[in-house]
Design a protein around this ligand. Structure first.
Ligand code: SER
Length: 326
């Protein structure tokens, strides 16, 4: 049997940081190539600096390492994407097209492309959002994900490529920070609570969005990628959910652990993005087709985040500060 050789783009990102380690655990240190445009933030693994728009260099890495699977995570998120729409389009969309061509030309066996709740827009039903709905996103990040879904579906059908995709909800993790997303508040709030500082939330207290704990997001990704090909019925991004909550609901849950924790709400431009997304997602197709099931409830996620961040901050030294700068 041929050994799988995995290349991951955006290995320093919120999901990449955690997924890289998990892929190394599964496939082995020598079989996972971490790539990012920024210097490596991992303690183990083979790392190559890569600009995904540099096709020649990407091709070289695929050849040198005999890559058989790509997890393409490099992208700018919804809020930071709005600061420079053209650059965001270039990285998020042209980057994907580049990779699709490389996958086709090199007979790469599997490609993972993360889609997002950002594909949804004002015309999408907001509650129990079905798989197939009108998609009219407000952000350049969302437009790139919709276009990306259409193109991966096209490549899968036209060239018979094995491309798999999930519409991730907001992801919460104690291991990595998001950067420039609209769901970022749900991670930041924990850091402020554990550090016993007041938190200023950039969304209104009643803004409900679908969310998920990182461990479940990683499990879903691996489960999808390892599912038998006949179980993959949707190529353009499976709806994926676990629970939904608002800033007020998560604040109230955190209060159980930190009764003096304070919050104020100062909505900014991200409020409009959040309002254009959906509140609760119907992910029954993922559950039916390849057996998706989350492990963490909302309450269990909160408990685990606090447990781990308490440990992390109690170990923190001056040289190992947790970065809360956006
Ligand atoms: N979490 C992402 C964001 O907020 C959505 O995919 O941009």
């Amino acid at each position: 049997m041929q050994t799988e050789k995995i290349l991951i783009t955006g290995s320093n990102g919120q999901i990449g940081t955690v997924l890289s380690d998990r892929l190394i655990d599964i496939f082995g240190l020598d079989n996972v190539i971490l790539t990012d445009i920024a210097p490596n933030n991992h303690r183990r693994g083979i790392y190559e600096k890569l600009d995904i728009l540099n096709t020649a260099h990407f091709q070289e890495l695929i050849g040198d390492y005999k890559i058989t699977q790509i997890y393409h995570l490099a992208s700018l998120l919804s809020a930071s994407g709005e600061k420079n729409p053209m650059r965001t389009w270039d990285i998020n969309f042209n980057g994907l097209l580049n990779i699709l061509e490389l996958v086709r030309k090199n007979n790469i066996k599997k490609l993972f492309f993360p889609s997002s709740i950002a594909v949804f827009g004002d015309t999408t039903p907001k509650v129990n959002t079905p798989q197939d709905v009108p998609l009219l996103p407000d952000t350049v990040y969302g437009i790139g994900k919709v276009a990306g879904e259409l193109w991966i579906n096209y490549y899968a059908n036209r060239y018979g490529l094995d491309i798999r995709s999930l519409r991730y909800p907001g992801i919460i993790s104690h291991e990595s920070m998001p950067g420039g997303g609209t769901t970022d508040y749900a991670v930041e709030i924990f850091h402020y609570a554990v550090k016993k500082e007041k938190y200023t939330c950039f969304l209104k207290e009643d803004t409900v969005m679908p969310m998920m704990y990182m461990e479940d997001a990683i499990n879903a990704t691996i489960q999808l990628m390892q599912a038998p090909v006949e179980n993959i019925k949707i190529r353009y991004g499976y709806n994926l959910g676990a629970f939904s909550f608002s800033p007020k609901e998560i604040y109230n849950e955190i209060l159980k652990y930190f009764p003096n924790f304070e919050i104020e709400y100062k909505p900014d431009f991200r409020q409009q993005i959040a309002d254009s997304w959906v509140k609760r997602i119907d992910d029954s197709k993922a559950r039916l087709d390849w057996g998706w099931k989350e492990k963490y409830s909302f309450e269990e996620m909160v408990a685990d985040m606090i447990l781990n961040l308490r440990k992390r901050y109690s170990k923190e030294t001056d040289t190992e500060k947790i970065d809360l700068v956006y």
